[in-house]
Write a protein that binds this ligand. Sequence first.
Ligand code: DX5
Ligand code: ZN
Length: 220
Amino acid sequence: MIEIAPSILSADFSKLGEEIRAVEKGGAGVLHVDVMDGKFVPNITIGLPVVKSLAKIAKIPIDCHLMIEEPSRYAVQFVEAGASMVSVHVEADVHLHRTLTAIREAGGKAGIAINPATPLISLEEALPFADFILIMSVNPGFGGQKFIQTALDKVKKLKWMISERNLSTKIEIDGGIDVDNISQVVEAGAEILVAGSAVYGKNDPAKAVADLIEAASVWV
Ligand code: DX5
Ligand code: ZN
């Protein structure tokens, strides 16, 4: 099943409630929340109190993408704040198995995020402990960047690694997704499709989500 996950990073922060309603109306399956600490990535965004408020109004599951150092210090708190999915970067966590297990024990879906230049082999042993893998198709830190084409092969390779192990791990992709390339990422094997500027950069975010679903559905 394909799900569009609008990233509120590109939304108008002064009216987040309305912005969320709009994408829900358009058929979004997940709400992607980018948490940045100004250290792991050169930008600071949203923290726990905002997630707590969003969880009160969002009807769709909240997916927190932690672009922070030492994510094990905060991952469970994001689940407690109302996130259904929490991903931590493989580059930022030296005890990945422990963090993923803690997220699951807290009742969340545990994800591993991986940067464009990090090889998949670095998460191989952790695969059975993750519910989803977030393949970055831009260098994390900002919305509106250009899709890095090599991410397509990475998704295909990961899909193969997952099926070879008989796992049901989902593949999420994040960065530079739009109506022109979304069918390619779906064809490669991605199921959760993050889109920031392709949704909130448009005049009508509800329609933008519906357009992405339509463009993605070529392969389903
Ligand atoms: C980038 C973030 C993305 C970003 C995507 O660091 O992880 O979720 O919001 O934005 P677009 O779709 O504009 O590339
Ligand atoms: Zn993200």
